[in-house]
Design a binder for this molecule. Structure first.
Ligand code: HXC
Length: 510
């Protein structure tokens, strides 16, 4: 018996070494941790239960029979994050660059299937060069099996991908089908094919960082939802995110003790809106003052900054926030902002996370660049997402709510449940200048008449009362009372029941 136990320990030790000391050192010298080191930071101490540690590939081409490493380039299993179970797989770059073989795929499929059955989130840590070239179609098929499980799990369990090294091929397509992608600055890259192939095919010379670094994907392409300084910070932030998320679409949002005053009033909010309607102010200040302990997990912080998306808590329960940001492009809705917010709204709706929308939007951004880029379809995504969402939807208009953007931003007309406005709200088809120039075109050269028309328009429409008279705004509230009002609304909406008509699935404009 002792001998068997010794053999087991020996085999385990070999498996734990992955591609060997030399490659582990190389991994460390690049500023990266190994798969197992990452897992130990991600999970609660001692909670990791590993599966399939001794699985090997069964490829015999290209001399592969002599290159078997137990575990085959991926570490899989489950553990807990602050006591709640999660499933995970972590690519081991020290074993053939973390590339995916048929058996490596089967290991991932096993945890994907278990996560779905158990209703627990799945986290993938990627540091891998895609399909194992030596395996050919077996590796491609393996990716197909991973992808189809990604799709079936979408909307059922949260799927989170963290890119922690150079990733190509299937190791970027699988993350692309998950809910959130995070990258590590300076050490991670995502591309369909790397710089060498790019040079061969298009003659374009580009570095890995320029082609698919964390900055590219978190600011330009919007493929990534965030970028972190290093592996340690990344694992800590994923733990933080998990704390906000329900385990599946069958479980309630997590509720945790909060140390903030339930009825906290914020007198400073009464002066947040500048007296000049064209002056910006920081909408994030409002978000931070509404949520418990100012603890906000922002999604896509560096992309389309004219809209803010992220998770906070009110009275200990997770809430998704969508807010126009007047500090960037006056908070206008453009294609990027619409896509960003639409995806966030749909995530919240999948997992029954209530949505609070804070509105200060001068409209959709006009012009050829937006129209050629498909603003109509991108804007429609956000409209569609809000209209189909059945989760509790609470809206607060702080200042401008103009035109189509008024309707889109979770208005009562899109089944918004509670629609508040601050006394500074302006709900209208457009601003006074544009409106007067159109409806009083004949007076355009008469400054006095134009001033009269403008004053009349401002008096009639640039306030919340016309909308409140119609019942489109449920109540005009005091800014300092916004947190308690939202908290009460969320509490009463907790048992909201609303179902959409039966359908196979919808057909959102893509
Ligand atoms: C087998 C691979 C591999 C792969 C890397 N390695 N990628 N082995 N199959 N796909 C091995 C290397 O041979 C090397 O082995 C070790 O991993 C480390 O790789 P390096 O190239 O030395 O590392 P680095 O310079 O950091 O470059 C990493 C990389 C590069 C950018 C990932 O290796 C690369 O471009 N790999 C190929 C990427 C690719 O085109 N994959 C196929 C995608 S197709 P040793 O023994 O020296 O340590 C695909 C289809 C899926 O995935 C379907 C999509 C729809």
């Amino acid at each position: 018996m002792k001998e068997i136990i010794r053999q087991l320990e020996e085999r385990r030790a070999v498996a734990r070494l992955g591609g060997g000391e030399r490659r582990i050192d190389a991994q460390h010298s690049k500023g990266k941790l190994t798969a197992r080191e990452r897992i130990s930071l991600l999970l609660d101490e001692g909670s990791f239960e590993e599966f399939d540690m001794f699985v090997e590939h069964d490829c015999y081409d290209f001399g592969m029979e002599g290159q078997k490493v137990p575990g085959d380039g991926v570490v899989t299993g489950w553990g807990t994050v602050n006591g709640r179970p999660v499933y995970l797989f972590a690519k081991d770059f020290t074993v053939m660059g973390g590339s995916l073989s048929r058996n490596h795929a089967k290991k991932i499929n096993k945890v994907q299937d278990m996560a779905l059955k158990m209703g627990a989130p799945i986290i993938g840590l990627f540091d891998a060069g895609g399909a194992r070239i030596q395996e050919g179609v077996d590796a491609l098929g393996g990716y197909g099996e991973v992808f189809s499980r990604n799709v079936l799990a979408s909307g059922v369990i949260p799927q989170i991908s963290v890119i922690m090294g150079p990733c190509a091929g299937g190791d970027v397509y699988s993350p692309a089908m998950t809910d959130f992608i995070f990258m590590v600055k300076d050490t991670s890259y995502m591309f369909v094919t790397g710089p060498d192939v790019v040079k061969t095919v298009t003659n374009e010379e580009v570095t890995s960082e320029e082609l698919g670094g964390a900055s590219v994907h978190s600011t330009k392409s919007s493929v990534a939802d965030g970028a972190f300084e290093n592996d340690v910070v990344a694992m800590g932030q994923v733990r933080r995110l998990i704390d906000y998320l329900p385990s599946s679409n069958r479980s309630d949002v997590p509720e945790r003790p909060f140390f903030d005053d339930q009825d906290r009033v914020e007198p400073s909010l009464d002066t947040l809106i500048p007296s000049n309607p064209n002056m910006p102010y920081d909408m994030k200040e409002l978000v931070l003052k509404l949520i418990d302990e100012g603890d906000f997990f922002e999604i896509q912080e560096s992309f389309a900054k004219n809209i803010i998306t992220g998770f906070g808590r009110i009275e200990g329960r997770t809430v998704g926030f969508v807010a126009n940001q007047p500090m960037t492009l006056a908070g206008v809705l453009d294609s990027d902002a619409s896509r960003k917010a639409a995806r966030f709204v749909r995530f919240c709706d999948c997992f029954d996370i209530p949505i609070v929308t804070l509105v200060d939007v001068p409209g959709f951004l006009p012009g050829t660049s937006q129209e050629y880029g498909g603003l109509i379809k991108h804007g429609a995504k956000l409209l569609y997402a809000y209209a189909e969402a059945t989760v509790p939807k609470i809206t607060v208009i702080t200042r401008k709510a103009y035109g189509g953007a008024y309707v889109v931003m979770a208005s009562t007309h899109l089944r918004g449940d509670v629609n508040y406005a601050w006394p500074t709200a302006e709900v209208a088809v457009m601003g006074a200048k544009g409106a007067v120039e159109i409806i009083h075109r004949k007076d355009i050269n008469d400054e006095v008449r134009i001033a009269e028309h403008t004053a009349e328009y401002e008096d009639r429409f640039l306030n919340p009362f016309k909308a409140a008279e119609r019942g489109y705004i449920d109540e005009v509230i005091m800014p300092h009372n916004t947190r308690p009002r939202i908290a009460r609304a969320l509490a009463v909406l907790r048992d909201k029941e609303l179902e959409n008509p039966w359908k196979k699935h919808d057909n959102i404009p893509l």
